[in-house]
Ligand binder design. Structure first.
Ligand code: ADP
Length: 251
């Protein structure tokens, strides 16, 4: 049995306490706001104009959505950290998954344009379909929310014949990430604080989840960014003919 030293236990405990403290803070902010606006509606309902009432209700709805996203992300983190999580690997068509995710995200960012470029004869990849969806959802949602209205998000899917891999790139024309911040963005609860990001909602778990899931499935993630925009790339091994019994990777 592995011997865990006292120092390691203290470190684990500290990480645990830090986690609880961050989560509590993340939960308290939207909850305080929900309670505050609900109180105002209850105590001053007759004195408020219909517009004010609607505005307060919309804030309550918005903050509830923020809580739901946070709790869903926390559940994903907790599942990822337990060894019990079952990944169901199947040969998946990355193009179909990207199309599906773009379809959903498009409805939320109506002024953005979405382009999907795909190389011909792409092989499938061996991944868990739900997890690939979650990864692309995070990347395409980030590309959309960290870029101004009326800009384009481009998804490119290509293959590397020599390495036998498929790469999905998600590129935006957004605010970019400074080189000194790039190392932090994949950490748990890490958000880059700037006047531009402060207005955008998030909990800093998306990229941590994205990187952990990608690597769990044997993939790699990388990022390139400039003040003109960012590009995130995820790469997976192509499925072999034995994986699905039908695909030859190279003609
Ligand atoms: P969040 O919930 O804050 O969006 P993420 O873990 O998805 O959390 O991202 C971490 C941080 O990385 C974000 O808060 C943001 O500062 C930065 N970031 C992520 N994606 C992009 C992007 N496409 N463009 C600019 N900044 C980004």
């Amino acid at each position: 049995m592995q011997n865990i030293g006292e120092e390691n236990i203290n470190e684990l405990e500290k990480a645990h306490m830090d986690f609880i403290s961050t989560v509590s803070h993340e939960l308290r902010t939207p909850l305080t706001s929900i309670r505050g606006f609900a109180d105002t509606l209850l105590s001053s309902y007759d004195r408020l104009t219909p517009e004010q009432r609607e505005k307060f209700l919309l804030i309550i709805k918005d903050q509830s959505n923020r809580l739901i996203n946070l709790v869903e992300n926390l559940l994903t983190v907790s599942k990822m950290q337990s060894d019990k999580e079952l990944l169901v690997y199947k040969s998946i068509d990355a193009v179909q998954t990207a199309e599906y995710v773009i379809q959903i995200i498009k409805n939320q960012y109506i002024t953005h344009k979405y382009i999907l470029n795909k190389e011909k004869n792409l092989p499938k990849i061996l991944v868990d379909s739900d997890k690939l969806q979650q990864i692309l959802m995070n990347l395409i949602d980030n590309a959309s929310k960290y870029s101004p209205d009326n800009t384009t998000v481009t998804v490119d899917i290509s293959q590397d014949y020599d390495k036998n891999t498929v790469t999905i790139s998600v590129k935006d024309e957004g605010i970019g990430i400074k080189s000194e911040d790039i190392g932090k963005i994949f950490n748990k609860f890490s958000r880059i604080d700037s006047p531009l990001t402060r207005k955008i909602q998030g909990n800093g778990l998306g990229l941590y989840i994205t990187k952990t899931l990608t690597e769990k499935m044997g993939g790699e993630i990388s990022v390139n960014s400039s003040p003109k925009g960012s590009e995130f790339k995820i790469t997976f091994k192509a499925a072999t003919p034995e994986d699905n019994g039908l695909k030859k990777i190279k003609e």
